[in-house]
Design a protein around this ligand. Structure first.
Ligand SMILES: Nc1ncnc2c1ncn2[C@@H]1O[C@H](COP(=O)(O)OP(=O)(O)OP(=O)(O)O)[C@@H](O)[C@H]1O
Length: 237
């Protein structure tokens, strides 16, 4: 294996209760990559992130982080290992200030909290300016940025992001995608679920098309964008 795999799901079956959603699903994220998961509603994209983050245990198959098994570990332990997760909704505490939200993101840190939060304020000026404001006063796009920053307080090697552009106006979504790229530029690999497949792939290195709980296509992002079958079936072309 030439590349350095941060996260890998291999031959995973997973689901809710006795309802199977993922079937024999395999995908991976290499160091410093942005990988985009696309596919129709209900394909199982969010379920992949939940299985990688320990919110669901794989029924069969393996989930590995830097080659170590993490399948079945609890989310609080997975966070300590170095995986961050930004869910699609309810990803910040509206009644807490921006600063309090960031500190909550670091409760599992043993040291260095002030240093890392200082670095995040340097990176995200809009958060720095509003430190003492309640998170509920932020716009949808700003809230999304706070959710990224909160997950970054643990300095993860890989960040799982569920539909960062959901519910945002196109211009705001573009700004959020720029922040995703900025996070990646600082050496955090990203596995992102995105409904806006063209834009999501547009900022990604590689992508996977999920349908009915399994991978139908995988390729470089440009390759998926240029693939006629993928375009016709999944990109609305
Ligand atoms: N908590 C749950 N309990 C039972 N079934 C669930 C649960 N969450 C999701 N599902 C089902 O799992 C399947 C896959 O859902 P998932 O949210 O992973 O799809 P998705 O590809 O992310 O779709 P969307 O774009 O609509 O979010 C769907 O049929 C959904 O109804």
């Amino acid at each position: 294996m030439s590349e350095n795999r941060v996260l890998e799901l291999a031959d995973v079956d997973s689901g809710y209760g006795d309802v199977q959603v993922l079937t024999d699903l395999s995908l991976h994220v290499n160091e410093n990559e942005i990988v985009c998961l696309i596919g129709p509603n209900g394909a199982g994209k969010s379920t992949v992130l939940k299985t990688a983050f320990g919110l669901l245990s794989p029924w069969t198959g393996s989930v590995t982080y830097h080659g170590d098994q993490i399948g079945g570990m609890a989310p609080e332990d997975i966070v300590r290992e170095g995986i961050g997760y930004v869910p699609q909704t309810d990803n910040v505490f509206g009644s807490l200030t921006i600063d309090e939200n960031l500190r909550m993101g670091g409760v599992a840190r043993e040291s260095g909290l002030d240093r890392v939060i200082g670095d995040l304020y340097d990176q995200f000026a809009l958060l720095d300016e509003r430190r003492k404001s309640k998170a509920r006063t932020l716009s949808g796009g700003q809230r999304q940025v706070l959710a990224f920053a909160r997950a970054l307080v643990m300095e993860p090697d890989v960040l799982l992001i569920d539909e960062p552009s959901a519910g945002l106006a196109p211009n705001t979504a573009d700004e959020v995608f720029e922040h995703v790229q900025a996070v990646n530029d600082l050496d955090t690999a990203i596995l992102m679920v995105e409904q806006n497949a063209k834009k999501g792939l547009g900022i990604s290195d590689r992508g996977y098309v999920l349908d009915q709980g399994t991978v139908r296509f995988e390729d470089a992002a440009d390759g998926l964008l240029d693939n006629e079958e993928v375009s016709k079936l999944y990109l609305g072309a």
